[in-house]
Design a binder for this molecule. Structure first.
Ligand SMILES: [Zn+2]
Ligand SMILES: [Zn+2]
Length: 177
C-alpha cells in the first residue's frame, strides 16, 4: 500500500480534506490516505508581493514532506508557476509533494454565487489530477479524464473526477500488486 497524507494550509474546510480522501480511495484503492487536520500557515517567503500570488513550487518546497510519506496540500491561496498566470495545482514527483490551490476553485473568485458542492467537486478533481502526476501520469488528451490539462475553471468543471481507462491502466500497470 502506498501512503499519502493530506494536509491543509489556511482556511480550508475539513470537508474538503474528507472529500479529497474519499475520491482518492475510490479511484486508487491501493493508496492509504491519512488526514492531518492541523491548519498550517502559508509560508510568506514563497509570496510574490508584486503579483500577490504564491510561487507554487517554492511554497510546496518550504512546506515540505512529512517523513517519506507522499504529502498533498490543500492551500487556500492563489499561486503561479513559471510563465503561467496561475496554477490550480502543482505536483513535484521528485519530492513526493503536491499542492492544490483553492482560491480559483471557488465561485466567489469569479463573482458568481457560492456553490459548496461545485467547490468540493473541483477540489476532488484537482487532487486526483496532482496525485496522478505524482504517480507518473502525464496530461491526457481525453477532455473528460481528470488528467486533462485545465486552463480555466470551465475545463475543471467539464472533466470528471475520475481517471479514464487509459490512465487507469497506466497507473495499475505500475502500482498494482
Ligand atoms: Zn497537470
Ligand atoms: Zn486519461
Amino acid at each position: 500500500m502506498l501512503e499519502l497524507l493530506l494536509r491543509r494550509v489556511g482556511d480550508v474546510p475539513s470537508q474538503a480534506l474528507e472529500r479529497a480522501k474519499r475520491a482518492l480511495k475510490r479511484e486508487l484503492d491501493f493508496v492509504n490516505v491519512y488526514i492531518d487536520y492541523k491548519s498550517l500557515e502559508p509560508v510568506l517567503d514563497a509570496y510574490d508581493w508584486e503579483r500577490r500570488q504564491y510561487v507554487a513550487s517554492k511554497l510546496l518546497r518550504l512546506l515540505g514532506r512529512v517523513g517519506d510519506v507522499i504529502t498533498v496540500y490543500l492551500a487556500d491561496v492563489d499561486a503561479y508557476e513559471d510563465n503561467l498566470n496561475f496554477v490550480f495545482g502543482l505536483a513535484m514527483p521528485n519530492l513526493g509533494i503536491a499542492g492544490v490551490f483553492l482560491k480559483r476553485l471557488r465561485n466567489e473568485y469569479y463573482g458568481w454565487s457560492p456553490d459548496e458542492e461545485r467547490f468540493m467537486q473541483r477540489v476532488e478533481k484537482e487532487v486526483l489530477h496532482e496525485v496522478g502526476h505524482l504517480l507518473g501520469l502525464e496530461h491526457c488528451l481525453n477532455p473528460k479524464c481528470v488528467m486533462s490539462f485545465s486552463n480555466s475553471i470551465y475545463d475543471v468543471d467539464f472533466k470528471e473526477a475520475r481517471f479514464c481507462n487509459m490512465c487507469k491502466l497506466k497507473i495499475y500497470h505500475r502500482f498494482s500488486v
